[in-house]
Design a protein around this ligand. Structure first.
Ligand SMILES: Nc1ncnc2c1ncn2[C@@H]1O[C@H](COP(=O)(O)OP(=O)(O)OP(=O)(O)O)[C@@H](O)[C@H]1O
Ligand SMILES: [Mg+2]
Length: 216
């Protein structure tokens, strides 16, 4: 008898610089692990740009110095294609829960909305690079861009572009969210401690996907 491979669950985390994405992902992974609800499922943490050997090398190129916006878009999409083929798809095929720090919505927010490349073209390239793989849930960490910039530790050239750029990025995320609201969960980052934010995301994941964990 043929057994149908169980499908993995793909969740992405988006937000402006210093919003707390990396912290949130770590905490959500730990809380899911300790929830006792995962059964056989494994959690796989990954990030963009990067997430596979070649894509990590492209990441270094992108983050090193300014690149022409269209060339920059193609570098991101090249890294994304590698990341999907080498890391994300195999993990989903194995039934894993993939938690990804940034994905296609960052291209819409940064390359399209903030840099001014045509939204539809970025969407088209996102679709080509991902070959149809898209997140089932996207968590938006919505922070005052100035507060995020002040918190951001790993300084890169996007942070150096300042708060006006980050404000455009935030608007870009809101536009992406408006195109498919049910895929998104928005966490307003205020004064709540990180563990509280992650607990609400963990609850939402268990609410949306818990039944699939139970089926193995
Ligand atoms: N909810 C929170 N409340 C207060 N501080 C936080 C919260 N979440 C994260 N931080 C702190 O803010 C800083 C930035 O967090 P983090 O590195 O997770 O953000 P990020 O969105 O991944 O940033 P980047 O865009 O630079 O990768 C860190 O010092 C982190 O400890
Ligand atoms: Mg980070």
């Amino acid at each position: 008898m043929k057994t149908r491979a169980r499908k993995g669950i793909f969740i992405t985390f988006e937000g402006t610089e210093g919003a707390g994405k990396s912290t949130l992902i770590r905490n959500v992974a730990a809380q899911l692990e300790s929830s006792g609800r995962l059964k056989e499922r494994r959690i796989r943490l990954t990030r963009e740009p990067g997430g596979s050997p070649i894509a990590e090398r492209i990441r270094n190129v992108i983050l090193e110095e300014p690149v022409d916006p269209m060339a920059e878009l193609f570098l991101y999409e090249a890294a994304r294609a590698e990341h999907v083929v080498r890391t994300i798809r195999p993990a989903l095929d194995a039934g894993d829960i993939v938690l990804c720090d940034r994905f296609t919505d960052s291209a819409l927010a940064y390359q399209a909305h903030a840099r001014g490349l045509p939204w539809k073209k970025v969407k088209l390239l996102n679709g080509i690079a991902t070959a149809g793989i898209s997140p089932e849930l996207t968590v938006l960490l919505d922070i005052d861009p100035a507060v995020g910039l002040a918190r951001a530790q790993d300084r890169n050239r996007f942070e150096e572009e300042g708060v006006e750029f980050q404000k455009r990025v935030r608007q870009g995320f809101l536009k992406a969210r408006s195109e498919s609201p049910s895929r998104w969960m928005t966490i307003r980052v205020g004064s709540k401690p990180p563990e509280e934010l992650s607990a609400s995301v963990t609850r939402e994941i268990l609410k949306r996907f818990g039944k699939r964990f139970d089926r193995g």
